[in-house]
Design a binder for this molecule. Structure first.
Ligand code: CA2
Length: 145
């Protein structure tokens, strides 16, 4: 059976492509999902791509990743900077965790410079726009093969 990557997206990422293209790019989340599915296929991997505005739903999905995913890519949106609940859930995932951000969070406001996700992540990709998801799939593929 082919290996599966969970790609989870947090709050407001459903608005991609509608506002702030200078920071987050012009692509929609559906565009990114399509590119990720095609790229993963090239590695003979499947993806499960989801978005939620709800912290608890993201926690549930991270828990689901413990048994249904071989690796996890996570753009937790603003919960990156606030959520100990997401950190605790990630700490229970014994699989590669790739933290992805469209923007370079270290070049932005001070409140974006700390990430709870990073404390549990295998690595972080930040500042490459939607290409960061593709880089994240490459990193996950290398780690799980
Ligand atoms: O750079 C990233 O990927 C972020 O995770 C995006 C989050 C932000 O809170 C993080 O600090 C960095 C915000 C996503 C909101 O996306 C929007 C897109 C279009 C219009 C409004 C929001």
């Amino acid at each position: 059976m082919s290996k599966n990557i969970f790609i989870l997206n947090g709050p407001n990422l459903n608005l991609l492509g509608t506002r702030e293209p200078g920071i987050y790019g012009a692509e929609t989340l559906a565009d990114i999902e399509k590119a990720c599915a095609a790229h993963a296929k090239g590695h003979s991997l499947t993806i499960d791509f989801r978005q939620s505005n709800l912290e608890g739903e993201l926690v549930d999905w991270i828990q689901e990743a413990r048994t249904k995913a071989d690796a996890l890519l996570l753009n937790a949106g603003a919960y990156t900077h606030t959520s100990i609940a997401i950190l605790d859930a990630l700490r229970a995932v014994d699989k590669p965790i790739i933290e992805v951000h469209l923007s370079n969070i270290f070049r932005r406001e001070d409140y974006r410079k700390h990430s709870y996700v990073s404390e549990a992540a295998t690595g972080i990709i930040s500042g490459f726009g939607s290409h960061g998801y593709i880089l994240g799939i490459d990193a996950a593929a290398k780690l799980i093969k």
